[in-house]
Ligand binder design. Structure first.
Ligand code: ADE
Ligand code: ZN
Length: 374
């Protein structure tokens, strides 16, 4: 079994691991961070664009939903379930993540999942979020698209009314399932398109390049939806896939995308296109593949002049560290200053898939906060 000790030993031996489970960290998120910066981060009005709703399914809720749905889980308790969240790369993470979401069966389950995330995000001053979901996995279990989308939509409405957090929804294609399955999901979702803002591409990139979804993206665009794509770090053909997404498919945003710093040409194209990146340092914070010295993704992207936003990805599987904890860790590992954090927050509001007037209003809330703490 992998323990924290063996993992850390492996790390010091210059392992090629691309990512680590959160429990690999020894310190609490705020440890060593200037208390004034901790306060600044907590109060900062924030956005979040790279959060998989199914990745916010906390172990406690899994047990509650399993009970409600008459399912047995192969874990004695919450602690045993959390202890099983041990992964060392994207496929080993995805196996745990897909297994975990099997408790989601009814409209109310999707409502509870989305409301819990939105409440947590609102408690950390996220005022606007665009959230991913993976409907193909739910359709496979016989759940209707309507139950998935309407459960989440009802939660979005309630959270906005009760907690003041605004949100939109991005349907992700599970890239390692067939292109036909993704198209069937899109077709099933289009009758509910007024509840969606975009489509994305997630899951295992190996052997499933973005061009596999060219027709899906075109249909989504024709239906008024935005398009984004995961380019997970250190994947085989990562620069080729970033180029395809950026140049050929002209996606509106890239999720992760850290390897772009290894190509000055792609960096120049991204800057020229004004591309925003949704970076999740918990999962994809370091480049390691084929290089002697690991590269810090957030720092190198900022230094390259790219438009970085920061998100929590799958917090339930990353020691329940949500956006404030993620930002606190980013301060330490990527040497973020208050000015960096303000810039990242500003990028977040500017990247919103919202009408210009709404973006301006949200940005004004950020600027008022920054002025109040100057
Ligand atoms: N599904 C959930 N989280 C993911 C990630 N970070 N990359 C690819 N697929 C995912
Ligand atoms: Zn992701």
């Amino acid at each position: 079994m992998i323990t924290r000790r063996t993992l850390m030993a492996g790390l010091t031996a210059a392992t090629t691991l691309a990512m680590l489970p959160r429990w690999a960290y020894a310190a609490a998120p705020a440890e060593g961070v200037d208390p004034a910066l901790v306060t600044f981060i907590k109060g900062l009005p924030k956005t979040e664009y790279h959060v998989h709703l199914e990745g916010t399914l906390e172990a406690e809720m899994k047990f509650a939903l399993a009970k409600r749905n008459g399912l047995n889980l192969p874990f004695a308790d919450v602690a045993a379930m959390k202890a099983s969240y041990q992964y060392h790369d994207l496929p080993s993470f995805l196996a745990i993540y897909y297994d975990g979401m099997k408790v989601l069966l009814r409209e109310q389950d999707f409502y509870d999942l989305a409301y819990a995330y939105l409440a947590k995000a609102a408690s950390q001053n996220v005022i606007y979020t665009e959230m991913f979901f993976d409907p193909q996995e739910h359709l496979k279990r016989g759940v209707a698209m309507e139950a998935v989308i309407m459960g989440i939509t009802r939660a979005r409405r309630d959270a906005e009314a009760k907690l003041g957090i605004r949100s939109q929804l991005i349907l992700c294609f599970v890239r390692d399932l067939t292109a036909e399955s993704a198209m069937a999901a899109l077709d099933a979702a289009l009758p509910f398109k007024q509840h969606l803002v975009g489509v994305g591409l997630d899951s295992d990139e190996a052997g499933h390049p973005p061009e596999k979804f060219a027709a899906h993206f075109a249909k989504a665009r024709a239906n008024g939806l935005h398009v984004t794509a995961h380019c997970d770090v250190d994947q085989v053909d990562t620069l080729k896939n970033i180029r395809t997404a950026l140049v050929d498919l002209k996606v509106d945003r890239i999720d992760h995308g850290g390897n772009i710093v290894q190509s000055p040409e792609l960096v120049a194209i991204a800057k020229q296109r004004g591309m925003y990146f949704t970076v999740c340092p918990t999962f994809s914070g370091t480049l390691r593949r084929g290089i002697a010295q690991p590269v810090d993704v957030v720092r190198s992207m900022l230094d390259a002049g790219l438009k970085v936003t920061i998100s929590s990805d799958d917090p339930a599987y990353m020691a329940s560290e949500y956006i404030n904890e993620v930002l606190l860790r980013a301060v330490s590992r990527s040497k973020l200053t208050r000015a960096d954090l303000a810039g990242i927050a500003r990028n977040g509001f500017e990247a919103a898939w919202l009408p210009a007037a709404d973006k301006t209003a949200l940005l004004a809330r950020l600027e008022a906060y920054l002025a109040s703490v100057a």
